[in-house]
Ligand binder design. Structure first.
Ligand code: URA
Length: 263
């Protein structure tokens, strides 16, 4: 094959992998698993007279209660910096291993409104900040429409933003219940330390985490109490990008939020 054929061949292979969903490189170079298999030492065959080796006694790995560990770590954090450090040091969530960045927050920690999303996506994982991709840009425009924003210095006009999970799930899959449960103590502590007046839950994942249920289509627009604070479930901006017709309801929810803030 000449170099141009090699190029187009490699490119076709790469495109095929992307189509299958492999969107991120894990290592710098491919691993030939067949070569590894061939290099393995041949299994030792016991001589006919040799007594069969006693079966190894299975050693049970000590069970770790990751939720309890998270709770202790979260409770000992006295401020947002300490909470961020405690979360970064937490080694029991597998998502940490596959993520590029730890994504903690953005905006003004003194804001009256705290917005909670799901988890970082690809852009957020790259930038280390929540809601910076297309959904984040829509969120910024939604907030601007009620004269609010994450960059505002004035606590009355600013928002504080975080996610249920600080690490990107592979291929942006929905976080599972165990991951949510494990990181929930940190999220609860985050709300307690930021101490906003109002909490906004964007989509099903934060509703699952803090309200214990999903069904955002029915829940959106209905104020509930979360951790002693008024809380408004809303459609996630990524959902609004896929279903622009739902922007009408999102607009009604924003007006309601604005009325509560200025009321
Ligand atoms: N979606 C979220 O829920 N959070 C982000 O930070 C980005 C996209």
């Amino acid at each position: 094959m000449d170099s141009s054929e090699i190029y187009w061949n490699d490119r076709a292979l790469l495109e095929w992998q992307v189509e299958l969903g492999a969107t991120d490189a894990i290592l710098d170079a491919p691993v030939d698993r067949y070569a590894l298999e061939a290099a393995k030492p041949a299994p030792k065959v016991a001589a006919a007279t040799e007594k069969p080796a006693a079966a190894p006694v299975p050693t049970k790995a000590p069970e770790v209660d990751a939720v309890a560990l998270a709770r202790t770590a979260a409770e000992t954090a006295g401020d947002l910096n300490a909470l961020s450090s405690a979360m970064q040091a937490f080694e029991h969530c597998e998502l940490k291993k596959g993520a590029r960045s730890f994504v903690f927050c953005d905006g003004n920690p003194a804001a009256r409104v705290m917005i909670i999303g799901e988890a970082p996506g690809r852009e957020e994982d790259r930038a280390g900040r929540p809601f910076v991709g297309r959904a984040g840009q829509l969120l910024d425009r939604m907030l601007e429409a009620i004269q609010m924003g994450r960059a505002a210095d004035d606590a009355a006009r600013s928002v504080y933003i975080t996610n249920v999970l600080p690490w990107r799930p592979p291929s942006n899959r929905t976080p599972d219940k165990d991951e949510i449960a494990m990181m929930l103590p940190f999220l609860e502590r985050h709300v307690a330390l930021a101490d906003p007046e109002i909490v906004v839950l964007m989509g099903n994942t934060p509703c699952q985490a803090l309200l214990g249920r999903t069904g955002i289509t029915r829940m959106r627009g209905n104020w509930v109490d979360v951790l002693g604070k008024p809380c408004l479930p809303m459609f996630h901006p990524a959902y609004l990008l896929r279903n622009p017709i739902a922007k009408r309801e999102a607009w009604a929810d924003l007006l309601d939020l604005n009325a509560r803030l200025r009321g």
